[in-house]
Design a protein around this ligand. Structure first.
Ligand code: NAD
Length: 547
């Protein structure tokens, strides 16, 4: 255990030998500062962790403090292994989290290795210290809803009811994103404490303990045409079927419980939190059986909503495959959000780019907001998003911003920011990173790469190439992750982080890494046969060999 809560250091005092090391250390501290169960090193997605155990955490911290610029720290599933002499432009941290050989990549084998302290799940952005709280996925959720509005509701979600569940680390982005999109959201959360906490921190408007009361509030907001988000304390496996039985048909339906993990994530109805813990220890197979049956009931209700005309999509939690295990033959009639709404963006290398002010100064983010608005006047996504984000999104932990930028744009912004660090317009260095759910960096046949045009959904060469290329391009941190817990065997992805400290070396790294990272993304989609990606590759003059 850590003796006191971990809070990311702010200000200009260096504890390390340079800003690259200090920046990564602050990011490690930050994922725990904004994480869901920092006492267990758990950051989000049920059991996604920042380090294997507390001794590993403390060794990583001590090592970052002594690490030279020409050294590289190697981390295996959250455990520091060694430091190697490399060279001043090499990454200072490389890591591989949760990767298992194919036939062994099952939840059972993962849980057994985890119990023996031999592995941890890094989530996408927990183990490589890139998580920035619920704000990290909020633009993705907002852009999905905006696209849903354009495709199905004449561009307008005002007065529309969106139903979802789950107010965890990522799920909390939903109510705020829905409000930003003008909609009314009903979000079901089984844990009263989390629901209350989301209202207290401004991500949700109110909490109801009773379905009638929650529906009345939603209906009133719909009639007034006012954006609103009501958290209902309840179990989605009971509330969704009850709504279906009553004949209520929301306009849009999804879910963001941790349905991917039937043992540690999804909570079946009828069990108190203590009973869940007790059953998990006594008979984990029975707990999983109950979770899977409950997920099946929830997805049957989602299909009933769809049959009645609701727009229903999977929001990236493997809920359809879990429902299939529970006997729901039609689960895959529900679309996945990536293939349905976001793929054209990935074809252009546009994805969830983010930056973090290592100074801890909100003004630094404000200045970068201005730089982004001034630099991309013709980019409708940016011009719409940045003012909205400024107005609505509270910072969590170190001030940060997410903005979906594409190939070339990320590089341009990175270089402008590095110059602003150098000339003192920014109070401190800035970290650049992105979600793993990006163009080149994820193979996940039920999320990022479902129904690829050429059938290459499960080819994980792409994230591996992405990681190697980012090492070659001299990133500061590069990570290769695979699925853990309920995601075991379902995915491989890669992460990258750069510290813009104003130096010429940082400029060199930013130029090469950001171009390579998004460039490979465009080529991955071009290779899969998407015309939009082929055009993007030609427009960007990428040295593509197969167009
Ligand atoms: P989390 O574990 O922090 O939160 C899950 C929440 O669901 C918890 O608050 C839990 O109490 C609640 N819950 C569990 N069972 C429930 C039930 N039956 N009814 C109502 N509430 C229930 O997880 P998270 O970080 O919020 O992530 C949620 C899911 O979204 C995960 O599967 C994760 O992998 C996935 N995810 C998707 C994206 C994306 O880009 N769309 C990004 C990150 C994570």
């Amino acid at each position: 255990m850590s003796t006191r809560p971990v809070i990311a250091q702010r200000g200009d005092t260096l504890r390390c030998r340079g800003w690259r090391q200090e920046g990564l250390l602050r990011l490690l501290e930050n994922v725990l500062e904004v994480g869901e169960r920092p006492e267990d090193l758990v950051v989000y997605a049920a059991i996604g962790k920042a380090a294997r155990d507390w001794p590993s955490y403390h060794t990583i911290v001590a090592t970052l403090k002594r690490l030279g610029d020409d050294e590289t720290l190697v981390i295996q599933s959250g455990k520091p292994i060694g430091v190697f002499k490399t060279h001043p432009l090499a990454p200072i941290v490389v890591m591989a989290n949760t990767n298992l050989v194919g036939r062994w990549a099952t939840p059972e084998h993962f849980y057994e290795l985890e119990r023996r302290g031999l592995i941890m799940w890094g989530g996408l952005t927990a183990g490589d210290w890139q998580y920035i709280g619920s704000q990290g996925v909020i633009q993705g959720t907002y852009e999905i809803l905006a696209q849903v509005a354009r495709e199905h509701f004449g561009g307008e979600l005002r007065g529309r009811l969106v139903l979802s569940a789950g107010l965890g680390g990522m799920g909390s982005a939903q109510p705020l994103a829905a409000r930003m999109a003008g909609a009314v959201m009903l979000v079901v959360e089984v844990d009263p404490e989390r629901a209350l906490q989301r209202v207290a921190s401004g991500w949700c408007d109110s909490v109801a303990e009773d379905l009638d009361e929650a529906l009345a509030r939603c209906r009133a907001a719909q009639v007034r045409g006012e954006p609103s988000a009501v958290a209902l304390i309840g179990n989605a496996a009971e509330v969704y079927p009850e709504l279906a039985r009553r004949g209520v048909t929301p306009d849009v339906v999804t879910d963001q419980t941790s349905a991917h993990d039937a043992r540690y994530g999804y909570v079946p109805p009828g069990l108190s939190p203590d009973q869940v813990v007790e059953l998990r220890e006594r008979d984990p197979a029975e707990l999983e059986r109950q979770s899977i049956a409950a997920i099946a009931a929830q997805v049957e209700a989602m299909l009933a909503f769809k049959d009645r005309g609701a727009v229903v999509f999977d929001n990236g939690n493997n809920i359809r495959i879990q429902a299939t295990r529970g006997g729901v033959a039609r689960a895959f009639e529900i679309d996945i959000f990536t293939e349905r709404y976001l793929r054209p963006l990935f074809c252009q290398g546009i994805g969830p780019f983010r930056w973090i002010a290592l100074s801890g100064e909100p003004d630094d983010i404000a200045l970068i907001d201005d730089l982004a608005l001034a630099s991309f006047p013709a980019n409708a996504l940016v011009q719409n998003w940045i003012p909205l984000a400024r107005q609505h999104i509270p910072f969590q932990g170190l001030p940060a911003r997410i903005a979906w930028l594409g190939h070339g744009e990320r590089t341009r912004l990175g270089l402008l920011v590095n110059a602003a660090v150098r000339d003192g317009r920014l109070r401190g260095p800035v970290a650049f990173t992105r979600d793993h759910l990006d163009a080149a960096s994820m193979a996940h046949p039920y999320i990022g790469t479902e129904k690829m045009r050429d059938g290459s959904d499960a080819v994980s060469d792409w994230p591996l190439l992405n990681a190697m290329l980012n090492c070659a391009a001299m990133a500061d941190l590069v990570a290769i992750h695979s699925g853990g817990g309920g995601y075991s065997g379902y995915m491989t992805s890669s992460g990258v982080t750069l510290i813009a400290d104003g130096s010429p070396e940082a400029e060199y790294r930013l130029q090469h890494v950001l171009d390579a990272d998004t460039g490979l993304g465009v080529l991955r989609y071009a290779d899969a046969g998407y015309g939009l990606a082929r055009q993007a590759a030609r427009d960007a003059d990428l040295d593509a060999l197969n167009l």
